[in-house]
Ligand binder design. Structure first.
Ligand SMILES: Cc1cc2nc3c(=O)[nH]c(=O)nc-3n(C[C@H](O)[C@H](O)[C@H](O)COP(=O)(O)OP(=O)(O)OC[C@H]3O[C@@H](n4cnc5c(N)ncnc54)[C@H](O)[C@@H]3O)c2cc1C
Length: 447
């Protein structure tokens, strides 16, 4: 991700991590502080120029794309305030541009942690919450559910603090709203006391995972699995808090072999081979399955949640009712077997509790997430379209930051609060300063 060659506007052309989107902003702004950010937004609104904050560019969609002012918040990325709570947790206010890796380190230094995380930590906090980034855990919500307050600069250039008690409607859009409420300058999170996790990774047959899914999901704080297409092989991951003092750190050699060589180095080569000889994919996946081994280790929560992803890919992820996961996977399996579509990348399946955030993919229902990936050099459209047809039958909701083909007409059927979000946008941004093409497509124009 990042600036590459100059675009037609003279600014460096911006590209997202997946190389699915690029932008030629008319201006790139890196405000040094809140006052500078306010000036940027005020001037842009007065000129009728659009504004879009960008994080780490890890959305696969055009969520961060703009032809207006592109705002980078790397300077607003410190830990501002920590308010301890009687139960040992704390309300932590941080600059919205902070990277998750720095946030995790800052929390750890204070004996704190986030309750749940996704599987990488390079995103900004603002970018992650704005698209509904999540991890796994049947009793837990995504990152935005851990947000208790936001400071944002609205289109008028006002700095407002919002929370469940201070303009709760605007808070809804601020904590998960694709940057349409304004530019997030700071975010207050409810952090928990630091904790350690025991990770148990175990290969299983997919049909056994699906037959026993409820028990696996409910018996573990964080359960997920990866399924290798064209095979019946899955790798299950169970992360649970260490309560008995059992410490089993992963040896540096095992970490190097499993997480760097097999998950990144060899995996890149496998994908290149798959691209060159697609007919080999079922055999390559079968070999990958046979190479899977069980392992158990413990570590600080953030270290266990997070992995490195160096092999570039395209991804689509749908939130479906949790009970639908087995049927969805069986249908995807049937489609892959019928068509022989070469897919070297495993599917990832995760879980979340129902929540009540207006635009959360888990709003109002216990959720299973089915994520499909394709190596970036290989075609993904036919595969993703097929999976999209399958999840449509169970009212699947797409991750806001990952590829999908839905627009606001269909999304309004899936999100009962989408009209509320539009009402708030019309109130705080009537001129559409924070619009872009993707937002227009998925939320609709501001009326
Ligand atoms: C390798 C990889 C792994 C991933 N793993 C996961 C995962 O485990 N779980 C998951 O749910 N998702 C995952 N994602 C998706 C990713 O978390 C989201 O797309 C996230 O939005 C990326 O954050 P970012 O900082 O790159 O934001 P960007 O993609 O740069 O921006 C995302 C949105 O946030 C807005 N925004 C950014 N900063 C601000 C601000 N200050 N104020 C207002 N709006 C702002 C942007 O305008 C845009 O609409 C992954 C993506 C990749 C590429």
């Amino acid at each position: 991700m990042g600036a590459r060659r100059p675009g037609p506007t003279g600014t460096a052309r911006w590209e997202n991590w997946a190389r699915t989107e690029h932008a030629d902003p008319c201006r790139v702004a890196r405000p040094r502080d809140l006052e500078a950010l306010v000036r940027e937004v005020r001037t842009a609104t007065a000129d009728g120029t659009r504004v879009r904050a960008v994080g780490a560019g890890h959305s696969f969609t055009g969520a961060a794309v703009t032809d207006g002012v592109q705002v980078h918040l790397d300077a607003l990325a410190g830990v501002e305030q920590v308010v301890p709570q009687p139960d040992g947790s704390a309300l932590v206010t941080v600059g919205a541009g902070i990277r998750l890796r720095a946030l995790n380190a800052g929390l750890a230094a204070r004996g704190l942690a986030l309750r749940n995380l996704g599987d990488i930590d390079v995103q900004t906090l603002a970018g992650a919450i704005s698209t509904g980034t999540h991890g796994t855990g049947a009793g837990l919500g995504g990152l935005a559910t851990q947000v208790v307050g936001c400071r944002l600069v609205t289109a008028s250039g006002d700095v407002v603090e919002v929370s469940a008690t201070q303009d709760p409607d605007l808070f809804e859009l601020a904590r998960l709203g694709l940057g349409t409420a304004g530019v997030l300058a700071a975010v207050t999170l409810h952090a928990v006391p630091a904790f350690r996790l025991r990770a148990r990774e175990e290969p299983m047959a997919l049909h056994d995972v699906l037959d026993d899914l409820d028990r696996l999901v409910d018996d573990n704080e964080h359960f997920e699995f990866f399924w290798f297409p064209h095979t019946d092989g899955a790798l299950t991951k169970r992360n649970n808090r260490v309560t008995d003092g059992d410490e089993r750190p992963l040896s540096p050699l095992r970490h190097l072999v499993d997480d760097e060589v097999l998950s990144n180095g060899v995996f890149e080569l496998t994908n290149r081979l798959a691209d060159a000889r697609p007919t080999l994919v079922p055999r390559l996946n079968a070999i990958a399955c046979r190479a899977l081994t069980a392992r158990t280790y413990t570590g600080a929560s953030a270290d266990v949640f997070v992995a490195r992803r160096r092999v570039r890919f395209r991804e689509m992820e749908y939130a479906v009712p949790r009970a639908s996961v087995p049927d969805v996977l069986r249908e995807v399996d049937a489609w892959l077997r019928r068509t022989g579509e070469p897919v070297p990348f495993p599917l990832e399946v995760r879980f979340a509790a129902a929540d009540d955030l207006w635009l959360s993919t888990a709003q109002g229902r216990a959720t299973g997430y089915v994520a499909v990936h394709q190596y970036h050099r290989m075609p993904h459209r036919r595969y993703f379209d097929a999976v999209e047809r399958i999840v449509a039958q169970v009212d699947g909701r797409p991750h806001w930051g990952k590829l999908h083909g839905l627009d606001h007409h269909r999304l309004a059927d899936l999100y009962p609060h989408l009209p509320d979000a539009q009402r708030v946008r019309a109130r705080v941004d009537p001129a559409g300063t924070f619009r872009n093409t993707y937002v227009d497509r998925v939320l609709g124009p501001v009326t």
